[in-house]
Design a protein around this ligand. Structure first.
Ligand code: DGI
Ligand code: FE
Ligand code: FE
Ligand code: FE
Length: 188
């Protein structure tokens, strides 16, 4: 409807064309995964549309939100790439009046993951890894696993991220380790 059109324009205005193409890819992949794994396609579409809303905000603006809105202060001592997810969840609440906590959580945790991820968390996070425009070492394996096993596919996505962070000498946010452990614990 109209509200979705308005949000689509507002999201597009927050980001360069390439990131908007990524967002459209995540929407398509998230709806497909929702169909495959019994998720809510409307929530998947909405969370995917909004997931990178704050991706291009200046660092100082994200930092201000983390401090003033009392988001987890621990974020400030990890990679700034993590910040747009919780900041984006706050921002879409403010900008669009989104109140659905499942949708907000899927946005909030789309980068880090978390322990005990919900189905919608997993769908959005995995769609972010496998949307058609993505290229990273291991993406084909993650796409293959995504056809048959949501948990193993997402764990493989986190493996790639963790390996990348280690190769750069960066710290790993604890929720990412918890997310991967939880996903692997769901196997046989
Ligand atoms: O926003 P996107 O580029 O679409 O993807 P994203 O939100 O999943 O962000 C991924 C980036 O975050 C990736 O380059 C790795 C970086 N990052 C930095 N520290 C961590 C982290 N990702 C995870 N999962 N955990 C971290 O500790
Ligand atoms: Fe993101
Ligand atoms: Fe991600
Ligand atoms: Fe993304």
């Amino acid at each position: 409807g109209n509200e979705r059109e308005r949000m689509m324009e507002a999201v597009q205005a927050q980001m360069p064309a390439k990131r908007w193409q990524h967002t459209l890819g995540v929407m398509a992949s998230a709806v497909e995964l929702a169909g495959r794994y019994g998720g809510d396609p409307e929530k998947a579409d909405l969370a995917a549309l909004l997931h990178d809303y704050a991706k291009y905000w200046p660092t100082d603006r994200m930092e201000r939100v983390i401090r003033e809105q009392k988001l987890p202060q621990e974020l400030l001592s990890y990679d700034k790439e993590l910040w747009h997810a919780p900041v984006g969840a706050y921002a879409v609440q403010q900008e669009f009046g989104i109140t659905d906590e499942e949708v907000l959580d899927a946005i909030r945790y789309h980068t880090s993951g978390r322990a005990n991820m919900t189905l919608l968390d997993k769908i959005v996070c995995l769609a972010d890894y496998i949307e058609p425009g993505r290229t990273f070492p291991g993406v084909e394996r993650v796409r293959e696993l995504a056809v048959t096993d949501l948990n193993l596919a997402l764990a493989a996505g986190f493996d790639s991220t963790i390996l990348f962070l280690i190769s750069k000498g960066k710290r790993i946010f604890p929720l990412t380790v918890e997310a991967r452990n939880g996903l692997l614990a769901m196997q046989g």
